[in-house]
Design a binder for this molecule. Structure first.
Ligand SMILES: [Fe+2]
Length: 401
C-alpha cells in the first residue's frame, strides 16, 4: 500500500507541490503504517552562532532568506535572541546568547557557529518517543504541550551525535509564525532589484561527521530508533584520495524527505577533512546542509554576487574525457558549469548538479551544498575525489594537513 504524501506546513506555505518535491529532493512512495517512527519532513535547522543579529542579516542579504519570526529580550526571552528565516520550505532558526549566563555561551565557546538541532515534523510525537525509549535512545525532553494564542504545539527531543539533537514537532494544532514565545517579524532588509525571489526551495540532506569507527553505530541508531533505511550510496576508502579518506553511508526516512549521510574519517596519509572538522568542532556535528534548487546556475550567480565563496573545481575535471563520457548530456552546457565550478554526477536514475561553499564561519567546520536533481537519488559519489582534491588545497592553505 502506498500513502499519499503529506506536505509539511512549511512546504504548503512555500507553495510546493508533491511533484516539485519529487524532483527537488527525490521523494519516494512508502507505507507509513509499518513505520515505528513516522516523519513528515524537516521542521527547522537550529543554529547557535556568536552573533545572531548579524548572522540573520547574512542569510537575508546573501542567501535570499526572509525573516518571519523573532524571540528575544523584547518578547520576554532574556536568555538569547532567535531569528526565524525562511526560503521555500526551509526554516533556519539562528540563536545567539544575550545573557552572559546563557547556556549558549558555553556551547558556542566549544563548537563555534554550528547546528545544534535538526528538528523534524512528525504526526505523533508520543508514538515516536515511546518507540525511541523502548530501543534505548536518550530522551532529552519528554513529550509536552506548549501553547499560546495561535494554538498548541506537541514537542519532545532526542539526542543524536555529539551535542546535536532532534526536536520532534507536531504543529497540526498551531498556526503561529514558529513556536509559542515567538512573534511575527519581518526584516528591514530589502532585496536588490533583479534578485531572484528565492535562491533555494527545500532542504535535501544534512550530513553528520562522527568519530573514527562510529559510523555504523550511528547508522544503527537511525535504523533502530527512527526506522530509517539505508540508501544505496556508500563511500568506502576505495574512492578516497590518499589524503582525505572518509567512509560514508546514507540513511533516509521512509519517504526520503529526510536524508542523513554519515561520515567518519578513514586512515589516510594525512589528516582528513573529517578529522579537521572533529578537531575544530570539538566532536561530532553537522558538516554540511544541502539546499535544493531548481536552477543551480542562477543560485550560484546570486550567491556569488553577494560574496559567498565556493570551492573551486580544477579545469581538468571538465576536460577529462572519461568524466565527459560518464555524465553525458545535462541541461546546461559544460562551459556554463565550468565557469562556476558546478559538479555533475550521473547514476542509473538520472543526474545531479552540485557545488559546495567554503566553511561559512571562522572555524573550518560547517558549509553548504547546492543541489539540483534530475532523477538521480545519489549524493555525488562520483565527485568525491574531485571534491577532496579541492578541499585539500584549501586545507593546505590553512596549514591543517
Ligand atoms: Fe551532500
Amino acid at each position: 500500500m502506498t500513502i499519499e504524501h503529506t506536505l509539511t506546513s512549511e512546504e504548503q506555505l512555500a507553495g510546493l507541490s508533491v511533484d516539485q518535491l519529487k524532483q527537488l529532493v527525490g521523494l519516494v512512495e512508502y507505507d507509513d503504517e509499518t513505520d515505528p517512527f513516522p516523519v513528515t519532513g524537516w521542521d527547522a535547522v537550529v543554529w547557535v552562532v556568536g552573533n545572531a543579529a548579524q548572522t540573520a542579516h547574512y542569510y537575508q542579504a546573501a542567501y535570499g532568506m526572509e525573516l518571519v519570526a523573532y524571540s528575544g529580550p523584547e518578547t520576554g526571552n532574556r536568555d538569547h535572541a532567535a531569528y526565524v528565516l525562511h526560503s521555500g520550505a526551509v526554516r533556519f532558526v539562528i540563536t545567539g546568547a544575550v545573557s552572559p549566563d546563557s547556556s549558549l555561551v558555553e556551547h558556542h565557546a566549544q563548537h563555534g557557529d554550528g547546528v545544534v538541532d535538526i528538528a523534524l515534523e512528525v504526526p505523533d510525537v508520543d508514538r515516536c518517543i515511546a518507540h525511541a525509549r523502548e530501543v534505548g535512545a536518550t530522551i532529552l525532553e519528554e513529550p509536552h504541550d506548549v501553547s499560546d494564542e495561535h494554538g498548541t504545539i506537541r514537542t519532545a527531543a532526542i539526542a543524536t551525535y555529539g551535542e546535536t539533537r532532534h526536536t520532534l514537532v507536531d504543529r497540526s494544532r498551531y498556526d503561529g509564525p514558529y513556536l509559542p514565545g515567538y512573534v511575527a517579524r519581518t526584516g528591514s532588509y530589502e532585496k536588490r532589484p533583479g534578485a531572484p525571489k528565492r535562491i533555494f526551495q527545500a532542504l535535501d540532506h544534512v550530513v553528520g561527521n562522527v568519530e573514527l569507527g562510529k559510523m555504523d553505530e550511528w547508522v544503527g541508531f537511525y535504523h533502530r530508533v527512527m526506522g530509517f533505511t539505508n540508501m544505496a550510496e556508500f563511500i568506502g576508502d576505495d574512492i578516497a584520495t590518499d589524503y582525505s579518506a572518509l567512509m560514508s553511508k546514507v540513511v533516509a526516512s521512509g519517504n526520503h524527505r529526510v536524508k542523513f549521510p554519515l561520515n567518519e574519517p578513514a586512515v589516510g596519509k594525512r589528516r582528513s577533512q573529517i578529522d579537521e572538522y572533529l578537531d575544530f568542532y570539538r566532536g561530532p556535528g553537522a558538516q554540511h546542509l544541502a539546499l535544493a534548487t531548481n536552477d543551480i546556475v542562477a543560485a550560484v550567480d546570486a550567491l556569488r554576487a553577494e560574496g559567498v565563496e565556493f570551492l573551486t573545481t580544477p579545469d581538468s575535471y571538465y576536460e577529462d574525457p572519461e568524466l565527459r563520457a560518464r555524465i553525458g548530456e545535462v541541461r546546461v552546457p559544460i562551459g556554463v558549469l565550468q565557469e562556476r565550478g558546478i559538479l555533475v554526477d550521473r547514476d542509473e536514475d538520472g543526474y545531479l548538479l552540485q557545488i559546495f561553499t567554503k566553511p561559512i564561519g571562522d572555524r573550518p567546520t560547517v558549509f553548504f551544498e547546492l543541489i539540483e536533481r534530475h532523477g538521480s537519488l545519489g549524493f555525488g559519489k562520483g565527485n568525491f575525489k574531485a571534491l577532496f582534491e579541492a578541499i585539500e588545497r584549501e586545507q593546505e592553505r590553512r596549514g591543517n594537513v
